[in-house]
Design a protein around this ligand. Structure first.
Ligand SMILES: Nc1ncnc2c1ncn2[C@@H]1O[C@H](COP(=O)(O)OP(=O)(O)OP(=O)(O)O)[C@@H](O)[C@H]1O
Ligand SMILES: [Mg+2]
Length: 213
């Protein structure tokens, strides 16, 4: 069973957006997927309620109440949607449960500054220091022509960790959430540019580079 967490203490960075699309992506590959929502806002579980029954099944677990206890045996992939504002002991407890962490960061000075402090703290977590968990960063809501997206690109490129992809700002993500779908479940003619941007992320996740030895 593998555990992938989408984590950033900064609110609104795209954790739920990435977690829901990742869950749908793996479900679409015939994996048994459990989506653990560790945020009391429960946006991932709300998304699951919107999910059409005709789509590949994803099990939801209210991680904010029961931790990982509700994850059914036989799950192949556990996707964990982390809450904002996670620091200190809470951060250690969250990271203890996973082998892979994806950190989305938005192109804004507030987000870059806050995420930079968060990534420093994340690196000091024992399990990360011991390389028992693999980290990657993802730029999210990127608008290529803007100066701040260039600044985000510079910042993420200089971190000593994989900067796997950047995802554009797109209504497709809003649409997908509303319909209980992942980005890969939208029609190709709408979402193909997003699929292209997801390729390096899923390829990293499907490689040994994202899994500790
Ligand atoms: N690439 C994107 N393009 C357009 N909108 C996006 C994108 N990513 C996220 N959003 C929107 O940004 C908002 C915040 O995203 P999301 O809820 O996924 O962030 P979060 O990190 O889970 O927030 P929180 O910290 O509150 O849990 C949502 O309205 C979402 O639809
Ligand atoms: Mg969220």
């Amino acid at each position: 069973m593998r555990h992938i967490m989408v984590l950033n203490s900064k609110g609104g960075s795209g954790k739920t957006t990435l977690a829901t699309s990742l869950a749908a992506y793996y479900a679409g590959r015939d994996e048994k997927v459990t989506l653990v929502d560790c945020d009391r806002q429960a946006s991932s579980l709300d998304w699951l309620e919107r999910r059409p029954e005709t789509r590949p099944k994803i099990t939801g677990v209210a991680g904010f109440d029961q931790g990982m206890r509700g994850v059914p045996r036989g799950t192949d992939v556990v996707i964990i949607d982390a809450p904002a504002g996670c620091h200190g002991r809470d951060l250690q407890d969250l990271v203890r449960r996973v082998e892979t962490v994806v950190v989305p960061v938005l192109p804004s000075t507030i987000d870059i500054t806050a995420s930079s402090k968060f990534i420093d703290a994340l690196r000091e977590v024992g399990k990360v220091e011991r390389k028992e968990v693999k980290l990657a960063v993802v730029g999210n809501r990127v608008r290529e022509s803007t100066l701040i997206s260039q600044e985000l690109d510079d910042y993420l490129s200089k971190l000593r960790m994989p900067y796997v992809t950047k995802l554009r700002e797109a209504q497709n993500y809003v649409r997908a959430y509303t319909r209980g779908l992942g980005i890969h479940e939208l029609p190709e003619y709408l979402a193909w540019p997003d699929w292209e941007q997801w390729k390096p992320l899923v390829s990293w996740l499907n490689s040994k580079r994202s899994q500790p030895q």
